[in-house]
Design a protein around this ligand. Structure first.
Ligand SMILES: Cc1cc2nc3c(=O)[nH]c(=O)nc-3n(C[C@H](O)[C@H](O)[C@H](O)COP(=O)(O)OP(=O)(O)OC[C@H]3O[C@@H](n4cnc5c(N)ncnc54)[C@H](O)[C@@H]3O)c2cc1C
Length: 385
């Protein structure tokens, strides 16, 4: 195992911040560079649901490890990150979706998850205000949420106490390469020498790799969110999501939950929804149609919310790879690593990604398989001079 490497992590979203902590714990000297504010891009705008339910059966070991690590972290952290083991419901609105959901839940149970299918009567016990006419739902008691700002803050404090050099408003403008290996980065005209560079730069990552003549398929995808004014606590008790087993993210995806301060949060990813590279830099507002459709769906599921006022809305661009999985691992240049393309589940996966990055930089046996995340799985490896 190699220790004491100097590592620059590019991007202080949840991926970069958690990676900085794991790398530092493994004995590496870490500098964390953020072009804006810590957590100010996608991560601070997240609904931060931590769950292994209906994400990806092939990744279930990694997802469960991440969920447990979040739980342990919440318990041990001196910062209250508002970890709420609230459980999750995925509603099924069409009869023909039910059999796929039953099969999916059976497979999850074989993998050790505690998910199940519940009928309308059971649902009225679990989520009393969800009174729309749905066919059935899945229920996972182990899904949780955290407050994204507090979670990032907790990891940042830990990083600081471990000696990580954290710099905001410090864009990485160039990755410096000599003889096929990374030797440092340039930020605000300063050359920061290092052995390794980790690109945890979300939807901006493809721009940075392109500078190194490496073309990777990471696209920005628009995620839109609404928040209402505070409503009575426990109006919505669980994370409420649409059922992906049959429809999939590509068919659009909905997530509704009530925050600790009692606002109702509503997030939708539209069908398809991939944007041109660079869209993440546009100042974007939610689509008027999205607002109308979201309110209609919210009131359809929770008629008791009729008359509640909207407070705010926001748009962010998530980094998405074609198969919705991270690109994670070493790139063609020695010392260059990538961790991006999370497709809307980056909060959940951040601990496992951080641990795997640390294993890679330390050249130790990876604690879990990560071939699913091989960065060049969509492309032929570029030939570099
Ligand atoms: C509305 C919404 C709801 C969501 N809900 C969930 C959920 O329930 N569960 C879940 O797990 N995930 C959820 N997600 C997704 C999750 O938030 C993201 O996957 C995660 O935050 C991505 O984190 P990241 O650190 O990889 O990227 P980011 O947060 O985008 O961080 C990348 C950072 O890199 C910085 N950067 C870029 N280029 C440079 C450069 N050249 N130099 C220096 N810094 C640079 C950026 O400024 C940015 O701060 C949601 C996302 C949204 C928008």
């Amino acid at each position: 195992m190699v220790a004491n490497r100097s590592v620059v992590v590019v991007g202080a979203g949840i991926t970069g911040v958690v990676a900085a902590v794991f790398l530092s714990k493994s004995g590496h000297r870490v500098t964390l560079l953020e072009k804006g504010e810590i957590g100010g891009a996608v991560s601070g705008a997240s609904l931060a649901c931590i769950t292994a339910h209906m994400i990806d059966l092939d990744e279930i070991e990694l997802l469960r490890w991440s969920c447990q690590t979040w739980k342990d972290f919440a318990q041990d952290s001196p910062v209250d990150i508002e970890f709420d083991l609230c459980g999750q419901i995925r509603f099924i609105e069409r009869e023909e979706e039910l059999s796929a959901a039953i099969r999916y839940v059976d497979s999850e149970r074989e993998c050790g998850l505690d998910s199940s299918i519940v009928d309308g009567d059971q649902l009225s016990q679990i989520e009393p205000n969800l009174t729309s006419d749905i066919v059935a739902a899945t229920f996972d008691p182990d899904s949780a949420t955290v407050n994204p700002f507090l979670a990032i803050r907790a990891f940042i404090l830990q990083a600081r106490s471990l000696g990580v050099d954290i710099r905001q408003h410090s864009p990485v403008d160039e990755v410096k390469v000599q003889n096929g290996r990374v030797v440092g980065v340039v930020s605000k005209g300063e050359m920061i020498r290092c052995d390794c560079v980790i690109l945890a730069s979300g939807p901006w990552t493809a721009e940075l790799t392109r500078e190194c003549d490496i073309d990777l398929p990471i696209f920005p995808r628009k995620a839109q969110c609404l928040a209402t004014v505070a409503v009575p606590p426990k109006t919505i008790r669980r994370v409420i999501s649409s059922c992906e087993a049959s429809s999939g993210v590509e068919a659009g995806y909905t997530q509704i939950q009530q925050s600790f301060n009692s606002q109702v949060l509503f997030n939708t990813v539209l069908a398809g929804g991939l944007s041109q590279s660079g869209a993440q830099d546009s100042i974007s507002e939610v689509d008027p149609d999205f607002v109308v459709d979201s309110i209609a769906q919210l009131l359809h599921l929770f008629p008791c919310l009729d008359g509640v006022q909207l407070l705010r809305s926001w748009v962010r661009y998530e980094a998405v790879a074609p198969d919705q999985r991270f690109l994670l691992g070493p790139l063609e240049l020695d010392g260059l690593f990538i961790a991006a393309g999370d497709a809307g589940t980056g909060f959940l996966r951040a601990p496992a990604v951080g641990q795997l990055l640390s294993d890679m930089v330390s050249e130790s046996e990876p604690f879990l398989r990560y071939d699913l995340y091989e960065p060049y799985r969509f492309t032929i490896k570029p030939r570099l001079e």
